[in-house]
Write a protein that binds this ligand. Sequence first.
Ligand code: RFL
Ligand code: PHB
Length: 390
Amino acid sequence: MHTTVAVVGGGPAGLLLARLLRLADIDCVVLERRDRAYVEQRQRAGVLEQSTVDALREAGAAERLDAEGLVHSGVELRWDGRSHRIDFPSLTGGRRVWVYAQTEVVKDLIALHRATGTPVHFEAEVRAVEGVDTERPTVRYTHRGQERTLTCDYVVGCDGYHGVARTAVPQGVRRTYERVYPYSWLGVTAEVPPSCDELVYAHSPRGFALHSMRSPEVSRLYLQVPNGTDPAHWSDERIWDELEARFALDGRQLGRGPVTAKAVLPLRSSVTEPMRHGRLFLAGDAAHIVPPTGAKGLNLAVSDAVVLARALVRRRHTGETDLLDAYSDTCLRRVWRAEHFSYFMTTTLHTDPGQSRFDTRLQIAQLDRIAASPHAEAELALNYAGLPLP
Ligand code: RFL
Ligand code: PHB
């Protein structure tokens, strides 16, 4: 079997890239390790930047997003008995964000691939990517127990943080920059209408909390917890009591409802450079991850896919490889900006286990500054609502 572009991984990066290639009549094959149901149900991100929504519209993948996505014009910060709303459109020249779950983006893209006949093979686990320094790389995978081989002109590793594609970049070439945080998030989905209209990010002496949502009927909530926390130790009642304490609602109560999912996720920042070696390109979490506090993970995966699709289309139409050659540098500039923003949001809002009273006062001074200065506020709004695509 041969294809022009072999895409390893059917998460948002791989599925969107395949859709953009398909629209340009470039053949590709997507190989995804898990089954379709698993990929469509995996609970993850929920906030789409303006440029992500623009990219999905351009890909013809935004029909349901436009009908069901919740458009948000701001977020609220809470700290030290105060609260401040950041208004995105007035601070960013009209940019907004959409609350629309990653699971729904993935379902929409898979449905489009099914309708247009783009090959997306589920339960196809890639074992090795070889020959990326040659004209004809090879991808070895197993599909329902059978060993298979796919040759291609280009291979794109969209296989996430635990993927194998990255290891095809020789060790002497590959550099990884990483930071592990001394806390995790307990993520909770609950069948109860959100108690707020917009997302609330709360700094509290008890630790960080975030109120998000999935729909007008379903809330999505997060609590900072110690690394290694077992979610079984968090009963529904304990979760609601802790959320209420951290959101400091002045005696008002959060709407409570049945918790339908809870899981602990560790927080990590990581970047692998370069994002291209020979005919191998890395996109999304395969090349970089961010802690979720800035809501950037999914959005970076989308921007990588857009930049790479543009470069592959140019190569097809003009023979020029200039955009492919620039791919890694183009993406890494945006990646490092998002890494910094995610680190800033994380360290400003969480309580480190070893945190001194001095550190806490610095966090409060920073949050006060955001509330007092239109410049500081605009810097947050521009990064959160998302910088324009490169
Ligand atoms: P994905 O979504 O991880 O997709 C990678 C795909 O590759 C497949 N795969 C393989 N396929 C074939 N052969 C192999 N050898 C393979 N190895 C792996 C996997 O099964 C998977 O389907 O990466 P992508 O496309 O780059 O998209 C990135 C986003 O998913 C990610 O940045 C965000 O979801 C990050 N993230 C969150 N971001 C937020 O902004 N807010 C959140 O609340 C949030 N929650 C999360 C998250 C990431 C999580 N992970 C990765 C542990 C919660 C979790 C649990
Ligand atoms: C979510 O809704 O899952 C979500 C929203 C904002 C974040 C992280 C996660 O910063």
